[in-house]
Write a protein that binds this ligand. Structure first.
Ligand code: GCB
Length: 600
């Protein structure tokens, strides 16, 4: 059974964790590979973990005398870097799917008037967490943050964390057991110990009101015993401030009229310093203010039509190859997108690093963020839906103050079958209910009959933007130069984004444009795709698949694939393929057209 058992984890977490006073617990963590789950069940398979007491293997046990039999040792075991997936750090773990135990010691001296939260920014997939041999709780889902309050469990002096991580793919998980990327396991993002005042600002939202350039709106949420306080929100550079009082639940909503603001956009990624303070706490953020809306078949950014010159991206650094280990890895990827003349990036197919959205804010890149509701999810399983809803909720909770984020994507290529409807409609409703200031979409599938490509998935009615993936010239539709015969029939009078198109090419392999896996073939697909999709009257953006080659166990062909999906415009060695320049030129032209439009 898969369920999102979250005994002690908060259903929400501290907003803007990187602006807080944190001890960073990254570093070299000991690990033990445990394919038989011996540490969990005990040596004879007896039950472990009852009444919050850990037994056997979990404990940070040392041999006390030379005669004592202890058949494991964290201390003597090798280490893995945290953050980092395990697959890329130890050759024998490249394909590993199962359990690994992590252990990490740290020295700490808690203060008596503070509260402490142990924060994990992502662990893939199931995490079972303990501190000083006391169970904190469990978490399911590989890409969203979670935390535990540990105020009462910290020692003065030595402390240790033990985590059992398991990345076994399961049908009922989100994503399910079949997906086209590497199943990187482990503690893939930062581990932080946050020190907070007894009553603190746990959450806030500060954004322009829906479609309103003249009003900043939001709320502040306190956590602690002293819930009724005065809260000040100050944006000094804009000359804006307000004071509100929190209610008995610690929440206060506010609204600030705006006269003059420099609005955030890719051309002007202006962020304002925002200070939020209560009697007992204060936190700062850098926030950009912009509106995003759909008007008929247009997408309007700050009231003006925008064309989304995008590209899709996995959360992977090809040079490791593995999950990015720090923000510089993400910066490298986003810089490549900039070089391609993009103003938009699709962070596929799951939530990427929290800091990446801050980076996109500062670089002026619009973002599509997504949850891994991918392909054949276990549609009728209630706990799977609960898990998926939890993931979209956590993502929105985490990134709701980021100007860069304009689209929440609730899934990718989910088949148009009746069992799916309830699930996906619930996802769309959840995303809309949590955030009415952004657009909700999903990467849909199409169907072809004769020379017509039909976009008629019923889910389209629930989406603000109709997006779909199509691989004409690669998986279907004949040779690249034959695809222009197709025409689109799209059932919705809404803006359209092509969320994927593409073809694979092995970087450096040259042949004619009829030869699969050659750069020339890929180049030809891009040239003809640009003509094909230009037929779509409501086309307002595109995110071709994909910026960089990425690893996939579903690509075993030894000569051209060798465990890689080579649809990148940039190879796994960082080499730009011919198609990169086709798209770069097209986007340059699009940008010039848009700039001209602006002048008129
Ligand atoms: C798709 C999927 C993407 C795959 C891609 C491919 O439609 O959305 O995850 O990697 O096709 O390369 O086939």
């Amino acid at each position: 059974m898969n369920c999102f058992i979250n005994t002690n984890a908060q259903s929400s977490f501290i907003q803007n964790i990187y602006a807080r006073n944190c001890l960073n617990l990254d570093g070299h963590w000991h690990y033990i590979i445990d394919p038989f789950e011996t540490g969990f069940r005990g040596f004879q398979g007896a039950k472990a973990d009852e009444n919050n007491k850990l037994s056997g293997y979990f404990e940070n046990k040392q041999q006390q005398s030379k005669s004592e039999l202890v058949e494991y040792s964290f201390k003597k075991s090798p280490t893995l870097d945290v953050p980092g997936d395990w697959n890329s750090q130890d050759e024998k773990l490249l394909y590993y799917e199962g359990t690994i135990w992590y252990e990490h010691d740290f020295d700490f001296h808690p203060q008596s008037n503070k509260r402490y939260f142990l924060r994990f920014n992502a662990i893939n997939y199931d995490a079972y967490v303990s501190l000083n041999d006391k169970k904190l709780g469990v978490h399911a889902g590989g890409f969203t943050p979670f935390e535990f309050e540990v105020t009462k469990l910290l020692n003065a002096g030595n402390n240790f964390i033990i985590i059992k991580v398991n990345n076994t793919r399961k049908k009922e998980n989100v994503p399910t057991d079949n997906f086209d990327w590497w199943n990187y396991g482990g503690i893939t993002r930062d581990v932080l110990l946050a020190e907070m005042p007894a009553t603190f600002i746990k959450d806030y939202k500060i954004q322009l009101a829906k479609n309103d350039l003249k009003k900043i709106e939001g709320y502040v949420q306190l956590d602690g015993a002293n819930l009724s306080q005065q809260i000040k929100i100050n944006i000094p550079e804009a000359g804006l401030q307000t004071t509100v009082t929190t209610d008995a639940n610690g929440k206060a909503a506010f609204s600030i009229p705006v006269k003059k603001l420099s609005y955030w956009s890719p051309e002007n990624p202006k962020r304002y310093h925002v200070a939020i303070s209560s009697g007992t706490d204060s936190v700062n953020d850098e926030i950009g203010f912009r509106t995003i809306e759909v008007n008929g078949s247009n997408i309007l950014l700050n009231g003006k039509t925008v064309f989304l010159r995008g590209i899709a991206l996995h959360d992977e650094n090809p040079f490791i190859p593995g999950r990015p280990r720090n923000i510089s890895d993400c910066r490298m990827l986003l810089n490549w997108a900039k070089e391609l003349n993009c103003n938009f990036v699709r962070l596929a197919h799951y939530p990427h690093n929290e800091e990446e959205a801050h980076l996109a804010d500062s670089m002026g890149l619009l973002l599509w963020e997504e949850v891994p509701v991918y392909w054949t999810i276990d549609w009728t399983n209630d706990s799977t839906l609960h898990n998926a809803e939890h993931q979209i909720t956590d993502l929105i909770q985490r990134d709701k103050n980021r100007a860069s984020v304009i689209v929440w994507s609730i899934g990718n290529e989910t088949p148009n079958i009746p069992e799916r409807e309830k699930f996906m409609e619930a996802m769309a409703d959840t995303a809309h209910a949590l955030d009415n200031t952004r657009l909700v979409s999903a990467a849909l599938l199409t169907r072809t009959s004769g020379d017509t490509i039909f976009v008629d998935d019923a889910l389209g009615k629930k989406l603000d933007v109709v997006s779909f993936n199509e691989y004409y010239g690669w998986y279907t539709g004949g040779m690249p130069w034959e695809i222009n015969k197709f025409n689109f029939k799209i059932d919705y009078e809404k803006p359209v984004i092509i969320s994927e198109l593409g073809a694979a090419a092995l970087g450096g392999f040259h042949a004619d444009s009829a030869t699969r896996f050659s750069e020339e073939y890929q180049q030809s697909v891009y040239q003809h795709q640009i003509q094909l999709i230009s037929k779509i009257k409501n086309l307002r953006g595109m995110t071709p698949w994909i910026l960089v080659d990425f690893r996939s166990p579903k690509r075993p062909e030894p000569e051209f694939q060798n465990g890689w999906n080579h649809k990148g415009l940039i190879s796994e060695t960082g080499q730009k393929k011919k198609a990169f320049f086709v798209l770069q030129d097209f986007y340059k032209q699009k940008k010039e057209e848009d700039d001209l439009q602006e002048i008129k």
